[in-house]
Ligand binder design. Sequence first.
Ligand SMILES: [Zn+2]
Length: 332
Amino acid sequence: MTTNNRSFVTFRFAGMALDPIHVGTGGTRLGRVDNTIVRDPVTRIPKIPGSSIAGVMRAYTAMAKKGKYPNCAGLGQPERDGGGGHCRKTDCPVCTVFGFAKGIRSSGGFAGLAAFSDMHVLLFPVASQLGPQWITCPMALRQTNIAEFSERVDLSEQQVICRKADGAAAQPSLNLGWLLLPVKTDWPPLGEIAQKIGALGIPGYIISRLGVVSDKLFTYIVNSNLEVRTSVAIDPATGAAEEGALFTYEAMPRCTVLFWEVTCRNPKHFKIDQEVVEAVDSPDKVRDVVTHAHSYLEHLGIGGMGSRGMGRLRVLESNKPAEGDKSGKEVS
Ligand SMILES: [Zn+2]
């Protein structure tokens, strides 16, 4: 199937946290935690905003080009004399794919050919008597387009659904953290969900430890099983711990599975200052620029506390276009 004539193509990605990931709100205090992470305002589930991903992927793409586009990595604010800032060139993969800021004397900015959704929690790891189990819920599956539920699915609050073939199915009850829940196996969509999750490249050892709970219980389980760490602020002048500088911060735990989409617009449908885009010529090529930087995400990570060994994310192999994708008209 060729995607080269469509206005845009949406690609789905899943990734697994290799370290705890902290994408902070900038010091908002919540209960006993000093530095909280970003949450969806409606569901209260932690997420990584698309804008954070776009910023990080832009920097890593510039890094992957080995200094060829030194001014294109950051926010691109030009200096007062008009120097610096994004190069804005039609053959620059960073500026065409990730966009560029409005220059001082030049015309408007460009939104970029790749648009990143938020990263949502698809599967959340939690300790049980059988080792880790990966938990999801109808809301998480709907939000990540894994499963369409035509009507509101009302799962009981007091249960965890596991597949008949899996180890947990033989147990009368399973503890998720300190919650003990009866195990049920009679939920028809689960087989198909496991198959779709597998198609995203999620490893078998995770799929065989899959559990579904209600939306309400999921929110509760996620928020009560986040990593909370205590650390000490270091005075940059002396290199010693600051007086009274003990602080706590939360993070998504290691092995959380995240899902996001990258919508790649067709470069042929865009002009930059009346010129055609030269760096990329199809939605697939736009995707390739993005995926080229994925190894940096795995080694350098995303979010804060990187110096404390946090933030590495492994992108799993799957580049299939989204099923519901249609060629659409978009205006820049
Ligand atoms: Zn550039």
